[in-house]
Design a protein around this ligand. Structure first.
Ligand code: GRF
Length: 199
């Protein structure tokens, strides 16, 4: 099985997916921001990289069409969003239906959207975390594949909490990718289907 990974910046989740050896062949890393640090890292690893600058596109539809063409050229089984900070159009999501996976830095359905760590601290939650889920047209609301929880400590700042969550992201995204590679999780509109014995 193979994957194309989409990033927008640092790319530490993409790095964890490449380095963990998940059984998914990473065919390309694509960024919507040409200056994304993760592109350099992937290129140094010999992975094909591409930047498709969303600012060079007049509309979301036009950007997503170009992105879709670039992805399709690699014929991946899976599209893994790893810190990819663009909202995808329904057309794009339908084109790759049930094959797009995202990591989100909160325990969904709590804190969809941006600034999750700051909001978790502001709300005074005691448990926070990260979620790997299938992408559907409802932003940050698709069937959940795996989650990890971390404590929120009284001394936490946005940065310390983000670091604690990121450590878990780097564990659960490769785990989810292994399950995808082994065919152990499947999309279902009723939620993720776990194949028996996938433990
Ligand atoms: C991660 O926390 C991811 O969950 C969030 O943005 C961050 C990206 O980090 N959406 P990186 O680019 O994977 O290092």
């Amino acid at each position: 099985k193979s994957a194309v990974i989409l990033i927008s910046g640092r790319g530490s989740n993409m790095q964890s997916l490449v380095e963990a050896g998940t059984g998914l062949q990473v065919r390309a890393v694509i960024s919507n921001r040409p200056e994304a640090k993760g592109l350099e890292w992937a290129a140094a690893k010999g992975i094909p990289t591409l930047a498709i600058d969303h600012k060079a596109h007049a509309s979301r539809e036009s950007f997503d069409a170009a992105l879709g063409e670039a992805i399709a050229a690699h014929e991946p089984d899976w599209i893994l969003l790893a810190g990819f900070m663009r909202i995808l159009t329904p057309e794009f999501i339908q084109r790759f239906a049930q094959r797009i996976v995202n990591i989100h830095p909160s325990l969904l359905p709590a804190f969809p959207g941006l600034h999750t760590h700051r909001r978790a601290i502001e709300e005074g939650v005691k448990v926070h975390g990260a979620t790997v889920h299938f992408v559907t047209e409802a932003l940050d609301h698709g069937p959940i594949i795996i989650q990890a929880a971390v404590p929120v400590l009284p001394s936490d700042t946005e940065a310390t909490l983000a670091a604690r969550v990121l450590e878990q992201e780097h564990r659960i995204y490769p785990q989810a990718a292994r399950w995808l590679a082994e065919g152990k999780v499947q999309f279902s509109s009723a939620g993720v289907v776990q194949v028996p014995g996938s433990g």
